[in-house]
Design a protein. Structure first.
Length: 334
C-alpha cells in the first residue's frame, strides 16, 4: 500500500468514480426538481441517517442485516413527501430498460432505488398540482438526462433549497487517493445551519478547499464562535424552524470492493463532512441522510480497516467541499 498525494478527479464530481452518471430535472415554475444518481450495475450500498426529520424510501433495504444491501440508483428530490414519487419514475424507467432484479423469468425487472427528499414547499413556487404532482415524471426524465458532467447550484433537487436563509443547491467533489482509489460526493444542501463563519464570507469548509473551488476566501481576525444558532429569529420568521423543513441529502461513492457493512461505515464517517461544513448540523429540524455506494472495481487487499478509514476520511472531506460548492455555485447564479 502506497500513500500518495491526493487530488480531485478530472471532473471534481462524484462521477469521477467510474460507472456513475447524474441527471437533473429543474422546474422553474414549481421552483423544485429532482436529481438521480445512476450506477452501471447493482452496486453495494448503505445509508446513515442523522437528522431528526428525515424523508426517505427503501433505506431499510440497505441495512447490513437485511437481504439486499445494493442499489441500482439513488433518487434525491425537493417536494417533501410528494418528492418521494421521484423514485417511482426512476423505477419505471430503469425497469423498462431491463435493469433490476428478476425473480422469475419473464417478470418485470425490479430496480432497487432508495430515495430521500428535502422540504421546499414554502418557497413561493407553483405547487397547485392537485392530484398529479410532477415528481414521478421528473424521475423518468432525470434517468434519461443522466451523464457524467452535470451542473451545480440551484438545479435539480437543489432548485428550491436554502442553506440557512441563503440559496442552497447541488454540490459535488471528488478525490483520487492514489493506488487507483477514487472517492466522490454529491449533495443537495438545504440545512437550517449556516455554511458560513460569522464573517458571512468564509465557508466553514475552507480548510478542505482545493484550488479555489468555492471562492478561496480565508478567515481573518475572527474571534471565538459562541452562538450555537445565529439568526434563529430570522430563520423562525422564514418558517425554517420546523421539523423536517431542512436537510442535507448526500451520496458518497467509491470504486472499492466494500461490503454492505463497510459501506455503512463509509456513510457514517462521511456524515462528519456535514458537521465540518454546516453549523449546527444534525438538528431536530434537519433530515440529514447520507447514502454510500461502492462499485467493487478496486480490491482493497490487505489492511482493509486502514483503507476503509482512508476512504471514510476522504468521503467526509469530499462532502464538506461539496456542500460549500453547492452554496457557492448557487450564489454565482449557476
Amino acid at each position: 500500500m502506497t500513500f500518495c498525494a491526493i487530488k480531485p478527479g478530472p471532473l471534481n464530481l462524484i462521477t469521477d468514480v467510474s460507472g456513475l452518471t447524474v441527471g437533473h430535472v429543474t422546474d422553474e415554475a414549481v421552483r423544485s426538481g429532482a436529481t438521480v444518481l445512476r450506477t452501471d450495475g447493482f452496486w453495494v450500498a448503505a445509508v446513515d441517517v442523522r437528522g431528526g426529520g428525515p424523508g426517505t424510501r427503501e433505506t431499510e433495504a440497505l441495512a447490513p442485516e437485511n437481504l439486499v444491501g445494493k442499489a441500482h440508483a439513488i433518487a434525491l428530490a425537493g417536494g417533501s413527501v410528494f418528492g418521494l414519487a421521484v423514485a417511482d419514475g426512476v423505477v419505471t424507467a430503469l425497469s423498462a430498460d431491463g435493469q433490476g432484479l428478476q425473480l422469475k423469468p419473464g417478470s418485470p425487472a425490479i430496480p432497487v432505488v432508495p430515495a430521500a427528499v428535502l422540504h421546499d414547499l414554502g418557497n413561493g413556487g407553483d405547487k397547485g398540482w392537485g392530484l398529479e404532482p410532477p415528481y414521478r415524471h421528473w424521475g423518468m426524465a432525470a434517468v434519461a438526462a443522466a451523464r457524467r458532467d452535470f451542473a451545480l447550484g440551484s438545479v435539480g433537487a437543489g432548485r428550491g433549497a436554502m442553506a440557512g436563509y441563503l440559496p442552497g443547491g447541488i454540490g459535488s467533489a471528488s478525490l483520487e487517493l492514489g493506488d487507483g482509489l477514487v472517492v466522490g460526493a454529491l449533495v443537495a444542501a438545504n440545512p437550517i445551519g449556516s455554511v458560513y463563519m460569522p464573517d458571512g464570507q468564509t465557508f466553514w469548509a475552507w480548510p478542505f478547499e482545493i484550488a479555489g473551488e468555492f471562492g478561496g476566501v480565508r478567515p481573518a481576525g475572527l474571534g471565538p464562535v459562541v452562538d450555537p444558532m445565529p439568526d434563529a429569529s430570522r430563520l423562525a420568521s422564514l418558517g425554517r424552524m420546523q421539523s423536517g423543513a431542512n436537510t442535507t441529502l448526500a451520496v458518497v461513492a467509491c470504486n472499492a470492493d466494500l461490503t454492505t457493512a463497510e459501506c455503512k461505515r463509509l456513510a457514517m464517517m462521511a456524515q462528519d463532512g456535514i458537521a465540518r461544513a454546516v453549523r449546527p448540523a444534525h438538528t431536530p429540524f434537519d433530515g440529514d441522510t447520507v447514502f454510500a455506494l461502492a462499485s467493487g472495481a478496486h480490491p482493497l487487499g490487505e489492511s482493509r480497516p486502514v483503507q476503509l478509514g482512508r476512504l471514510g476520511s476522504a468521503a467526509a472531506d469530499c462532502l464538506a467541499r461539496a456542500i460549500a460548492r453547492a452554496v457557492y455555485a448557487a450564489s454565482q447564479g449557476r
